[in-house]
Design a protein around this ligand. Sequence first.
Ligand SMILES: [Fe+2]
Length: 251
Amino acid sequence: MKSLENGLSRREFLSNTSKASFAVGLVGTGILSACSGDAKGDGKAILATSFTQTPLAYDFSALEPNIDSLTMEIHYTKHAAGYAKNLSEAVGEESVDTNKPLEDVLAGISKYSTKMRNNAGGHYNHELFWKIMSPQGGGMPEGALAEAINSSFGSYDAFVEQFETAAKTRFGSGWAWLVVGEDKKLAVGSTPNQDNPLMDISDFKGIPLMGIDVWEHAYYLNYQNRRPEYISAFWNVLDWGIISQRYSQAV
Ligand SMILES: [Fe+2]
């Protein structure tokens, strides 16, 4: 395979990554090497993340009043951009093959530096965060994802309660997640700092379908200390279509 020059071409290549090969990637085998010669060409690379920041698909103000414009601008252009920049340095210092998806690094993060852990996690988490939100968000999950939520949590309301509890009770900075676990069931949990459930060092593991950033930088300008209000508003901007696609790919 010739070398790939940017995130788009990498994503195009990854569009041939099969569901099965991604699952293999999660348990430590390289995603790309696992899929070579085994591509199903399903046209979706939704679970693969590049090492560079993806342009935001909507305006900074598009998620108002749920998330304010200045918070979005600072969050994307300062915080998230910082993780991407520091990740770029770390991959150079630690000779990471950036032709592979970022998920490969996360699955073996124990082999890398703290700088890699913080910034690979920070970059992955924010790339996911921007993608699972939309100005047309809100509503309820449908189809197979709705059925999985009901079977895993009992009801949608029970899931919401568990997720909100995970987000509210994450002490200090971190993230709360909805994941597909190794048993293919859905689970809710949280991770500290910029860790995430793909990391081999994480106590809570799975393939993230969606996550909420509960660092104060994600909400403090608008909500100050009222983290629960920010968490409640998050449902209004959640793109269940994207999350359903992630679920389909993950299982
Ligand atoms: Fe953040």
